[in-house]
Design a protein around this ligand. Structure first.
Ligand code: SF4
Ligand code: SF4
Length: 208
């Protein structure tokens, strides 16, 4: 409306006293506060010279577990199916020289889409994709953000912390809630074979 003042004080607006209007006392108050904090313990560090090492529960970029020189992944597609931003894609091929029947021909995660939710890790029946501790990703262009097998595969020895965390925290919850037999929750084909062999051995020794 023409002539309506637009900068009126609102009823709750605080008015400055004479010292605040002078500004200098407020500046000194601010400096005093800053100096008082100089000797306080620091909660920041000088990244990237100083690195932060996240706890085992941290969800950094998802990686594929490499075991005995090949991916644990059996290319079932569950992770791609459960990924909310559709960041995962893959193509399976058959393998004849291993305990598993399928392996990814190629496997790709678009790290510009990934929201680090961990759903892929949650649904993977083989514990073949896990959240690593890596959090500082940089790319020069969008193509570089498409991580293929060459950047996704990490030997399981380097992921021991996370795998142990899953063993400790996540896996036992299934058994508690639904009382599954332990064998139902044994991850990876190799582990299941070991488990079956151990069970057979126990049965044999019980019968003997
Ligand atoms: S962490 Fe989440 S968003 Fe990222 S690839 Fe896995 S399911 Fe997709
Ligand atoms: S859910 Fe696991 S085994 Fe299945 S495709 Fe994804 S990473 Fe591979």
């Amino acid at each position: 409306m023409a002539g309506t003042p637009v900068n009126n004080a609102t009823p709750n607006e605080r008015t400055l006293n004479i010292w605040e209007k002078l500004y200098l006392p407020e500046i000194f108050k601010g400096l005093k506060y800053s100096y008082s904090k100089m000797s306080a313990p620091r909660y920041t560090f000088e990244y990237p010279e100083e690195q932060w090492y996240p706890p085992d529960s941290y969800r950094g970029r998802p990686v594929l577990v490499e075991e005995e020189g090949r991916p644990r992944c059996v290319s079932c597609g569950l992770c791609a199916r459960s990924c909310p931003p559709l960041a995962i894609s893959m193509q399976a091929h058959e393998v004849f020289d291993d305990v598993k029947e399928r392996e990814p021909e190629w496997f790709e995660i678009n790290m510009l889409r990934c929201i680090y939710c961990g759903f892929c890790e949650e649904v993977c029946p083989e514990e073949a994709i896990v959240m690593s501790k890596e959090y500082d990703l940089t790319f020069h262009d969008r193509e570089e953000a498409h991580f293929g097998l060459d950047r996704l595969l990490v030997p399981k020895e380097f992921l021991a912390d996370r795998l142990a965390f899953l063993e400790r925290q996540k896996n036992p919850q299934f058994g508690q809630q639904w009382d599954f037999p332990k064998a139902n929750n044994v991850h990876t084909l190799r582990n299941r074979l070991d488990y079956a062999l151990a069970e057979a051995k126990d049965t044999d020794s019980a019968e003997a």
